[in-house]
Design a protein around this ligand. Sequence first.
Ligand SMILES: Cc1cc2nc3c(=O)[nH]c(=O)nc-3n(C[C@H](O)[C@H](O)[C@H](O)COP(=O)(O)OP(=O)(O)OC[C@H]3O[C@@H](n4cnc5c(N)ncnc54)[C@H](O)[C@@H]3O)c2cc1C
Length: 463
Amino acid sequence: MTRIAIVGGGISGLAAAFALEEHRRNGAAVEYTLFESSSRLGGVLRTEYIDGCVVEAGPDSFVTEKPWAADLARSLGLGDQLIGSNDVDRKTYILTRGRLVEMPDGLMFMVPTKILPTGLSQLFSWKTKLRMTQELFHPPRAVDHDESVAAFVERHYGAEMVDRLADPLLSGVYGGEAANLSVRAVLPRFAEMERTHGSLGRAMLAARKKMSQGPKKPAPPLFTSLRNGMQHLAETVVARLTPARLLTNAPVQAVQREAGSWIVSAGMQSDQFDSVIIALPAPAASQVLRMVSAELSAELAAIQYSSSITVGLGYDRDVHHSLPPGFGFLVPRSEGKRLLAATFVHNKFPHRAPEDRALLRCFFAGSNAENVWPLTDDQIVGIVRNELQQIIGLSAAPLFARVYKWKSAMAQYGVGHLDRLDRIERVRQQLPGLALAGNAYRGIGVPDCVRSGRDAANQLAQP
Ligand SMILES: Cc1cc2nc3c(=O)[nH]c(=O)nc-3n(C[C@H](O)[C@H](O)[C@H](O)COP(=O)(O)OP(=O)(O)OC[C@H]3O[C@@H](n4cnc5c(N)ncnc54)[C@H](O)[C@@H]3O)c2cc1C
């Protein structure tokens, strides 16, 4: 019997446990024990039900293009619970000199693919629009080093594009700044487009042309979620696992390697395993692995994490009707606000709020999250209300407000991240029976975390 320890009970660790459970049910001689430091499983997947609304404390959905979370949901029998974002109402606004300006149609991240809407948009100055036209003539370019997303975007479209789009869009995903994120790790497709086409605009148009020549399929919704919230995914995984193999309130202090086995120490207990999956954010993984390899621990500690705060606010019918249409807005740093973004959840996922309710999800990230962190929940709600009044003129008192703080939960893939992953992998290969999963490595979103947990389990269950 192969005994496998899983350290961490977020969606990465749960996906690993589910894959091992499937191997076990299919007759493989494996057993697992999952260690989770807190009293609940699911990690940052947390949903509350308030006043008929489905309020997401952590992730609210995932990109449909990455299939692994939806595949997991389907294999759990939750296929009929998957819901798509309401893309007919998809509009995102960018706060621009104090006013909300709609993102023009045809922008693929920050690459314009439709000339007219971009040309007419008030989001960009004439200087940036000129840069967009010039960008179409960039020759293919082989860049032999990594660089920041900000440097890359600035090279193509200028600094205004970094401020208005690249930075706020990426802060919403990684909580960090475009100036600190690696283009190769965060936007690999764009780096490749530059290599093959030079111009991102031309590359995107060529990709579109190719797609339009294939069989026509209706575009899937951009985002997918679960009708009853993301926590439902974690809960359903847990319901499929062997309860006695799930240890909560069991913080692992250290993992050690002894005579070909792995010793996992949690509280006063130590147990011996054949293999171990570390499904933790990198700072925690670095701590737990410090006695296994100083080099591995140092590489993990060097992966930066940022904190974030989400605030869920419920409003009545009048507010529902007074809010702008669309999915919500983003706030560039240069606007001098503390909020980074707000989602109009009742528009993005109408199933998440009764018809007579408006549900907003507001988001602080990075240094702004750190700055408001010490404040009380009431004070944080006060800041949110003040900024919502300034940005969308919303002065009504919410029917409910909830603040959720996530300390160091979002990985920042800094410049050189992929080289670091190569070094981590080289050390890991010298440690048979060790697998790493989670958001520190090759994708921060829920689908990538699910994939990483599943792959870690498969790697150890089928050596
Ligand atoms: C506010 C927020 C919004 C997000 N929004 C989205 C989104 O909309 N879409 C999307 O795809 N992704 C989103 N993400 C990212 C995504 O949700 C996470 O990257 C992913 O869920 C991380 O899962 P995980 O299991 O790797 O880590 P976690 O969920 O952090 O789980 C790690 C677990 O390990 C436990 N632990 C820590 N130390 C120890 C120890 N020593 N011993 C035992 N257990 C330990 C923790 O208690 C925790 O339960 C968001 C993240 C945040 C924070």
